[in-house]
Design a protein around this ligand. Sequence first.
Ligand SMILES: C[S@@+](CC[C@H](N)C(=O)[O-])C[C@H]1O[C@@H](n2cnc3c(N)ncnc32)[C@H](O)[C@@H]1O
Length: 404
Amino acid sequence: MSDPTVSEDALAHSERLRQLILAQIAEAGGAIPFWRFMELALYAPGLGYYSAGAAKFGPAGDFVTAPELGSLFAECIAEAFAPVLQQLRDDPADTGDTHVLEIGGGSGAFAGDALAHLAALGAAPARYAILEPSADLRERQRAHLQQRLPADLFARVQWLDGPMPSDWRGVLFANEVVDALPTPRFVIAEGQVFEEYVTAGDDGGASARGFSRTLQPADALLSSAVRHIEQQRGAPFPDGYRSEVLPQLPYWVQAVSGGLRRGAMLFVDYGYPRREYYRDDRSDGTLRGFFRHQVSSDVFALPGLLDLTASVDFTALAEAGTHAGFDFAGYCNQTSLLLGNRLEQRLAAHEAEAIDEAARYALRQQAKKLTLPGEMGEAFQAIGFARDVDFEHAFLIGDLSYRL
Ligand SMILES: C[S@@+](CC[C@H](N)C(=O)[O-])C[C@H]1O[C@@H](n2cnc3c(N)ncnc32)[C@H](O)[C@@H]1O
């Protein structure tokens, strides 16, 4: 990808990261797994896409997430969570504080709007914790929330360096985080499972990147994950089939949710149930880059300036959540999730307060972007889990669990 509007500074930044990745490749004896390339491209301290100061979110950035469009998304999620927090708070047999844990807080937009609406519903948690690996984003979240929230609510926000201490009660939320987890890529050749590695050297693509691909036999964890998928799709993958899989997902879900003794979890992301994810015609996977609202399959381009992402296998997420000891609560698309959690009422409330027709138009546009099938409504999906609380009320519309 070449873009004449990329500044010299940005190109120099990307070049520093490219050199760091090349050094790691040399140190590893000539090749690193693709997931490691993605990890460095996104999270190398001070240089990776999420670790450095690029705009990322919103119209000036590379992509717009649902919470960035306005407050409606976060308010509907708060409507879904409020009864859980109230249930926990009002249970005389189980006293103690309730918490919200948000994983991957982005610009802080979700936290601000969700916490404000939870407070309006009388369900503000004692603590709103954010697990955010990027120091740059943590600072951005702090600045946004300090300005967005009244002091008593801002005082409840905390940033975690690791998972919550064990034995907490409350709700866990992650929007567009699982798609950003560094993912291994597998390739089938002569019926065997191989893992894609990245080496130094030009891959002969449209422009010289200094990287190329190579294959190594997959280890036992990756091979068994791929064989498990083949069993479920009812046929082996054909030779040449390439895709992504996250064998580490159950460990990651266990790590972030393990200490949640009572409560609910909700993950929203783009993806598919497994049978659709690994369709025969999706034979080159779902990995892609985002740069200034344009999608690119050239994932080696401009490391550090390009967001890399892979769609989520929601069946894998369902397995990971239940293996972590939670009950499955529901699975639906974003439209159903929002409509089932008072989107129309929230929209009407904001419209009634809007200062003019332009503001009302912007609100309706926001609701359309969140829900129309050609926008975010169908591609984005939500999956929920509960442990010792009722969370099925959040999934009363548009059940898709039969597709998992
Ligand atoms: C695409 S952004 C989404 C941000 C936000 N949730 C939103 O919807 O606007 C991905 C976020 O996940 C964070 N993230 C990535 N890997 C993570 C991990 N292993 N644990 C916690 N957060 C992570 C990133 O730093 C970033 O804040």
